[in-house]
Design a protein around this ligand. Sequence first.
Ligand code: C2O
Length: 514
Amino acid sequence: MFLINGQFPGPLIQANWGDWVEVTVTNNIQAPEEGTSLHWHGLLQAGTQWQDGVPGVSQCPIAPGETYTYRFRADQFGSSMYHAHYSAQYTAGVYGAMITYGPTQLDYDIDVGPVIVSDWNHIPYFSIVQNVMTMNMSEYPTYSDSGLINGRGRFDCSKPSYGQSFNDSNWLASNYPSTLQWSCVDDAQRSQFRFQSGKTHRLRLMNVGADGFQRFSIDGHTMTVIALDYVPVQPYTTDSIMLGISQRADVLITADASSTSSFWMRSELLNAATCGGLAPPGINEFPIFAEVYYEDADTTLEPVSTTTVKSTSCNNAPIDITQPEYVIPPSTQPFYQDLVLTMTVNDTGSWEWEINGQTYRADYNNPLLYDAADGQTSFPSDPQYNLYNFASNTSVVLNITNATPFPHPIHMHGHNFYVLNVGGVGAPWDGSTVNPTNPLRRDVQIVPPLGFIAIQFEANNPGIWPLHCHVAWHLSGGWYINVMSQPELLTIPAGERDLTCKAWDAWTAKNVVD
Ligand code: C2O
């Protein structure tokens, strides 16, 4: 796996709202060497689009042995994470939490900090990407066989695992390097959290997994949701919350049990096929546990609490109950664009992930770094870039239809988009908005199986902004477009391209990258 500063998850980055943040990244990945980059998920990068950390768009990958320093503003406050945006590399460990402190009117006593849930694969990520890109129509993408909370989890060694969900065991045998086999440990330590009785705790929940949807809860407690992604919302109370990949939720939990209590924190891991009702029952549908101990609890004993199964829906909470705290009504008279997500077969018989009939292929050597100072006058027009130029439109509605029977977490860079409406199976959008004066805003929203989401963004952040499914394999598979707005207002510093591309061009000239 991959570590950042010798840690997994990587170190917590903390800032105050408005701070400038500098992060110097050295790519020391070896055996096999590969590129990297870090993306600051959910930050707007207003005026600094080239710091967005996306190889093939805002930079070249940082070549092995090279160093690059990011410098950007913490222009959103709340809870998020940074992660590699090179292939599906983050799923193998290249991520960490980022918290930006900002104003809040809410009362709580203890900031517990990040609670990162993730699925975990015991197979090198590049093997999974390779499998996903070449598997035939009778196969489904892999499911992870285990999960983690803040980097720790316990795996049941009796499971017929290690990629059991690969339908093609020959493929696995020939691609899964035996030198990377490990011995299974049944009793790995779980993450532990301490609660103070009578106090209110703020937990910063985030799903930084590859493809698992996660329904989070703590036995014996309810939680009050106060922010979704980077947007404070009018508080509402629930017993569990759905976290699609890369979604965050800040919740307040009051420790109202006795001081000797202990409880399970659990995140029910649901795979997309399960969510769509298509998986064989019980496959990849299991809780990930961490331990919550009150101040006088005996921490040598496991919690004994049990809970009835919470909802297994993989949809986000209904948008009529998730309204932003601060009202910013959407612009009227936006430009409309339909986007349809489909899975089709390509000419080699493998799955292909397309938006409006086109799959995205990043060109890591030719990022979309418009550099007028270098004499560049236009962007590449090859259809593989999936570039949607919204020119000088000031507001854009994207009506995103999901033609697959699985849910998908749709993320857009550089914006908190409005979620105008969400619909389930077979219901096309009728053009209406659920809370017209104050629709939910966030940066990731789950599109239900065979359903739609209608989102709107204000084109007030000049640049080129990826919009993609955050399922790691779908991102690699090409379910991705580049949204371009107000290109005439975008000025990239002269020479920016060279900072990463010179070394990357030289390295790729000597090494084959697939
Ligand atoms: Cu979490 Cu394209 O990013």
